[in-house]
Design a binder for this molecule. Sequence first.
Ligand SMILES: Nc1ncnc2c1ncn2[C@@H]1O[C@H](COP(=O)(O)OP(=O)(O)OP(=O)(O)O)[C@@H](O)[C@H]1O
Length: 251
Amino acid sequence: MTSPLLEVEGLVKTFGGVTASAELSFTVLPGEVHALIGPNGAGKTTAVAQIAGELRPDAGRVLFDGRDITALPVHRRALLGLGRSFQITSVLGAFSVLDNVALAVQAHAGHSFRFLGDARRDRRLRDPARATLARLGLEDDAERPAAILSHGGRRTLELAMALAGRPRLLLLDEPMAGMGAEDSARMVEVLRALKGEVAMLLVEHDMDVVFALADRITVLDGGRVLASGAPDEVRADPRVVAAYLGEEAVA
Ligand SMILES: Nc1ncnc2c1ncn2[C@@H]1O[C@H](COP(=O)(O)OP(=O)(O)OP(=O)(O)O)[C@@H](O)[C@H]1O
């Protein structure tokens, strides 16, 4: 059996009287797209924040590639291959799209590159940055200032910057938020093209997107796992239908 890339073990997180993670456990396998769904307040964002290292759990562990990363800060997790937009670098509007990705390559490269070369000139940084932009369909915008990108373009740039670190797992918390139908459909295609190459933990409310992309789905409710499995199993699970998906799921 394939060993999980990410193991979430018994996470507990409370805010005052609210239990946002209630002994939450699930795994993400290498290369899979794993969707985390559930009603508002189910604890999805809190779970992702604990995996990314932005929030410290009250109890439980997060293992990445078999290693306990529960106590590691965000940047150390990123260097191990846990990628998230805004994690190390954020978009600099006055810099070109290509500069932004080259800076992200540099930031993720660790000590070997950190003091070496200028991200606005060094080909060791610019070539992989250009290749990433090409993969995401942003090559025509490479020389334009990041500030003038559309909302969808900016979200795609953030994804390019996350990918620049060659993550093994991407944490995607509502990547299509605020996008129109066209940009959203383009983002689905971009993510679909990355399938198999990088594992993704995808928090998404749009069930069409979830069912288009996910290999497995974990449904949260009240901070715990209500159901977990292949999309067809989850869609047919009566507890899920009752708690969340509603009539449309069985139609
Ligand atoms: N910083 C905080 N302080 C207090 N309560 C919080 C905090 N963060 C989250 N909560 C509470 O924890 C619960 C889980 O919130 P969380 O944002 O993780 O849910 P979610 O599934 O991501 O919801 P949504 O789909 O609405 O984004 C909610 O009841 C929320 O109000």
